[in-house]
Design a protein around this ligand. Structure first.
Ligand code: GUN
Length: 280
């Protein structure tokens, strides 16, 4: 039976560490959060991030904009926040309403304030192995592996999903730790044949029940990044806990696994940005 990786407890530890380190700064780290429209899930995420800031003693500045906000208005706000010296980090909650150009918006954020690590310059820095920030969700996964003493070097790491937010940067961080990385996606034939080779399996697809016990090698580490709702409306990941947990060596629950770690790593990035802005 697998050991459950406690993301909630580790996230609390990471946040306490960030809060303690921020005490040496002359000015408190400040996060600007932009939420366009009223998507309820996004609202929950934004409130959570603001709560984390308060918990760490960091400032958060919320900018809730109407769904009809124009591209120009949004770019003007970002430009103002780029120049605001009280703002160390800028986060635009995704997804944006369909009429807005996400790529242009993310590219307008000052790369030194890009605490999500979504700006092309920061993605490029990550790929060449000289990152300014680490992408929050993949960094949270790496922190979990480190905390539980799970070695990545030489392991076959299989990532399910190729999104810019999780799948692609996840593969990059595992590769930088000398894992052998396979990225699977919707066009991958015979998924179980590949997942069964995984020493470390990371699922970031968003489909309830995607990963079942017969797809997992005995003793594999299984990391579930997804946040789905099952038929009964309960929060769950991609992994079928009942059939996978008996086969895995380590497993992350949903909720209480990767989710809290993503938020904790955002606080770490904000601290990193604030230190740099304050010449520390
Ligand atoms: N939407 C879903 N995940 C994320 C995230 O990590 N950052 C932002 N800004 N939006 C998201």
């Amino acid at each position: 039976m697998a050991t459950r990786i406690d993301g909630k407890a580790l996230a609390a530890k990471v946040k306490a560490r960030a809060a303690a380190q921020a005490k040496d700064l002359p000015r408190r780290p400040g996060l600007a959060v932009i939420l366009v429209g009223d998507d309820p899930a996004s609202r929950v995420y934004v409130t959570g991030k603001e709560k984390d800031c308060a918990e760490c003693g960091f400032l958060s500045f919320e900018h809730q904009l109407p769904a009809a906000t124009t591209q120009r208005e949004l770019l003007e706000l970002i430009s103002r926040l780029n120049r605001d010296t009280a703002v160390d980090g800028i986060l635009v909650q995704l997804p944006l309403p369909g009429h807005l150009d996400e790529e242009q918006v993310l590219g307008a954020i000052d790369p030194e304030k890009d605490v999500d690590c979504f700006h092309p310059l920061n993605v490029g820095r990550l790929v060449i192995g000289n990152p300014a920030f680490l992408p929050c969700t993949p960094a949270g996964v790496m922190e979990m592996l480190r905390e539980y003493g799970i070695e990545v070097a030489g392991k076959h790491c299989v990532v399910l999903g190729r999104s810019n937010i999780v799948g692609k940067p996840m593969g990059m961080l595992l590769l930088q730790q000398s894992g052998t990385v396979t990225t699977c996606h919707s066009k991958t034939p015979d998924l179980p044949a590949i997942t069964r080779q995984a020493d470390i399996l990371v699922s970031a697809v968003g489909r309830v029940g995607l990963v079942t016990g017969d797809m997992v090698k005995e003793g594999a580490v299984v990391i579930d990044v997804a946040m789905n709702r099952n038929a009964r409306g309960r929060l769950c990941g991609d992994v079928d806990m009942a059939s996978v947990e008996p086969r895995a060596s380590y497993i992350t629950p949903v909720p209480g696994g990767v989710g809290p770690m993503t938020r904790a790593m955002l606080m770490e990035n904000l601290l990193r940005a604030a230190r740099r802005h304050q010449g520390m």
